[in-house]
Write a protein that binds this ligand. Structure first.
Ligand code: FE
Ligand code: FE
Length: 164
């Protein structure tokens, strides 16, 4: 297909593949972050969000189905980089009181990436008239936003103080 023929529907599918790949990577990373977390609350937050993330993958599969496409991922270098930074924090701050604050920051970078993607996909689904997809994408966006807020709270109430 020539470049000038590509439209919003192509962009939507491409970005859907990007976040589908990203969610699957996040699904693998969250148990490692939960294992590394020192505070029980942070561990619990990572475990709970891992379970939510399974739902995110399922919702994306439903969106693929709604637009008549098979669910397929496409390598997302951004999420690989963000996850790699989290892995480096775990390695470099092991046994330090600043580890949890670093994990919160790494996790918030993941959530913000997801929020950016879901916000865009939601707007595009609306533009393309995929009403049911808008609702599915919005449900996940709400969970990412809620998780981001919880992480901010954990940082303010405990992990940042522990690190300082
Ligand atoms: Fe997610
Ligand atoms: Fe998330």
């Amino acid at each position: 297909m020539a470049a000038q023929e590509k439209n919003l529907a192509d962009l939507f599918l491409d970005t859907l593949k990007d976040i589908y790949y990203a969610e699957k990577q996040i699904l693998k990373a969250l148990p490692k972050m939960a294992k590394a977390a020192q505070s029980p609350e942070l561990k619990k937050a990572f475990e709970a969000h891992r379970d939510e993330t399974e739902g995110h993958v399922e919702r994306l599969a439903e969106v693929f189905e709604l637009i008549g496409k098979a669910p397929r991922g496409k390598t997302c270098d951004a999420i690989l980089g963000i996850i790699e930074e989290g892995r480096a924090i775990i390695e470099e701050f092991e046994g330090s009181p600043a580890l949890d604050a670093g994990l919160v920051a790494a996790a918030q970078a993941v959530e913000h990436y997801e929020m950016a993607r879901y916000g865009t996909l939601k707007a595009w689904a609306k533009e393309l008239g995929h009403k049911d997809a808008v609702s599915l994408l919005d449900q996940t966006l709400s969970e990412e936003t809620k998780t981001d807020k919880l992480l901010s709270q954990l940082g303010i109430s405990s992990t940042n103080k522990m690190a300082a």
